[in-house]
Design a protein around this ligand. Structure first.
Ligand code: SF4
Length: 204
């Protein structure tokens, strides 16, 4: 499997923007963990969040065992991005897409590790900490749980983070190793998927 083949496969999904990067191009910041602890109600309540995911250093070491990363976003249109229930149901499609892409890579002998926006919401109530995760094959740890500030990554790779109050931009990182070396060029410019963007305001 090559990066060109990965690119060719993902064109069938409504990916908004994507970028191939190296795991060491990502900053893993221990201070994010303090924000999780102080400000996120999911801290200590999910297998996809700290402290269950390990220390930031352990998360960084885990991520850096991979050769590359597919960083991509998709957009959900909502009535009100602040409505938690609506936001979570809009996230389901992004999670499904992340799952299908990761499965495809695994079926082609690529080793992967995926992170996604927000904490896992597969179960009504997470089994953490009393029992093991019920669906480890579906569960993606939250990107921020690994000390990664998505906004910084988005800025670094010239992608979009905010498109207006009626849109939510979801992100995933799929770390991979064991792909063939080939021609796909690493670019500092983000690539845009097939998602129809003409209705999305460009000023933000
Ligand atoms: S799949 Fe269920 S048990 Fe596992 S992290 Fe997600 S919500 Fe928790």
């Amino acid at each position: 499997m090559t990066k060109d083949e990965i690119e060719s496969f993902i064109t069938q999904f409504p990916i908004y923007q994507y970028q191939f990067l190296k795991p060491d191009a990502i900053e893993y910041n221990d201070r994010v963990r303090m924000i999780c602890k102080k400000e996120c109600p999911r801290y200590g309540t999910s297998w996809s969040c700290p402290p269950a995911v390990g220390t930031v250093e352990e998360c960084m070491e885990r991520c850096r065992q991979y050769d590359g990363v597919l960083f991509f976003s998709s957009i959900a249109q909502v009535e009100n991005a602040l409505n938690m229930e609506e936001s979570l149901s809009a996230k389901a499609e992004h999670e499904k897409m992340t799952h299908v892409i990761e499965q495809y890579l695994r079926e082609h002998s690529v080793e992967t590790y995926a992170l996604s926006s927000d904490s896992c919401s597969a179960c009504e109530k997470c089994a953490y900490p009393r029992a093991a995760c019920r669906h480890p094959e579906q569960m993606f740890p939250c990107i921020e749980s690994h000390g990664i500030i998505v906004a910084n990554l988005v800025e670094k790779f010239a992608m979009d983070y905010f498109l207006g109050e009626q849109y939510i931009v979801w992100f995933s990182l799929i770390f991979f190793r064991n792909i063939e070396k080939e021609s796909a060029k690493e670019s500092s410019e983000s690539r845009t998927g097939d998602f129809e963007t003409e209705d999305i305001p460009k000023e933000h």
